[in-house]
Design a protein around this ligand. Sequence first.
Ligand code: F6P
Length: 510
Amino acid sequence: MNEVISAAWQRLAMLDRPSLGELFDRDRDRFDKLSQRIEFDIPDNGTNGLLLDWSKTHLDEPTLDAFEALAEVCGFAAAQAALFGGDVVNPTEGRAATHGAMRGSGTEADVEEGEALLARMGMLVGAIHDGALGDVKHLIHIGIGGSALGPDLAVDALTRDLELVDVHVVSNIDGLALEQAFAACDPNHTLIAVASKTFTTIETMTNAASALKWLQDNGVSDPSGRVVALTANPEGAVEWGIDETRILPFPESVGGRYSLWSSIGFPVALAVGMDDFRAMLAGAKAIDDHFRSNEGRANGPLLAAFADQYYARIRRCQTRAVFAYDERLALFPDYLQQLEMESNGKSVTAGGEPVIGPTAPITWGGVGTDAQHAVFQLLHQGTHLVPVDFIASIAPGDELDPAHHRQLLMNCFAQGAALMAGKSSDDPARAYPGDRPSAMILVDDLDAAMLGALIAFHEHRTFANAVLMEINPFDQFGVELGKSIAKQIDSGEGDFDPSTKALMTAAGLS
Ligand code: F6P
């Protein structure tokens, strides 16, 4: 155990814990001190910005000083330099993590490689839009985990006004998911994208084979000519029967849940065009620039990680909730679940030692205002303390009566205020304890660049959390055991417990 880091955590644990009300009473400038605007200007896309407000959290001067000291002893600056410098930051797999380079942040060589791969993808996307593969109306994008969640989020968020190609993302091995996509697509006008970093994932390869069969069964000429591969294993894709001209590779050092910026983003580019895809990358790069050029509490993702760690490790909150007050971000909580829980749900440090406190809380959430009428009861009056993030856009996504958007934003702000203020009552059932924290991410306009910025912000927040917990956010060995037992069940080899045996028998699997 690192004594200096333990001492930094001890210091945090010993600090006073004033309520949110007390914090605002003590310092009326609290909003100014704990909020920040990040603005960026993207050629042909204009200026956009995010307002990050962490003033309704329990962070105060002594806590922030102690967290900055923790970041220092955890080697935050060096870790950040290692990330963008292409060093091995994933020691268990002996890899760098170069997703930043796919959007222009990294070593010269990595960025050059990213640009070349992007240009290659752009050529294929352009050719498809120009009709080189016939009249393509639909794309069935098959992938799972990081090969599906990012594309699904981005396609859903960015195609509310215009969708050049109708995209269906299929991840589940349950055949119903694929059947639903088939029902919505005309096989003669459909392309299949097989998205898999490894090109071995059982769900994806099974779905891909069934999709190819669907094309064959429906009389499509040259079915395999309708399949595109998005992968870090191009040899595997060739072996599977995909022609090299339709394989869009990406580097092994880009992790699955960080891969939206690579060719895994192909369905997004096909749906919204390369200009918007590039704008998404540019928005993410703007956050990279902010993350790399600000220190301590002035660094937005690091400040967010201070609050995350405060609630997870000091207040022992087991969950954190994220509510998007924007229909276009309906899939954002799902996306964040993998990013945060697969990255930071670990029990050992990067050096293999047991961690000294809880790691990633359970990320959950939904869309406002729906969630208000379903789960907010627990947030306001339940026994769990749940730190909440709200995300909203000042510019509306809809063109209806502005009353809709006004109500949406009013509701969002009201929830944060109510969680913090609470309300006393003589009737215990009608009393609200208050002092419940929330943070707000308020964007000017949710366009492609802003979506990229939001995602990159959370990637860096996740990385910052990992550094403070001393863990490796880039591996995911926890998913392997279940996969290998599923294989054993499939082959019938292996000694299973009585419960599993009985279930296999009941379902006719043995
Ligand atoms: O099993 C977990 C995982 O490895 C994720 O990390 C990854 O995003 C997903 O499976 C899909 O992997 P692949 O892109 O290799 O098919």
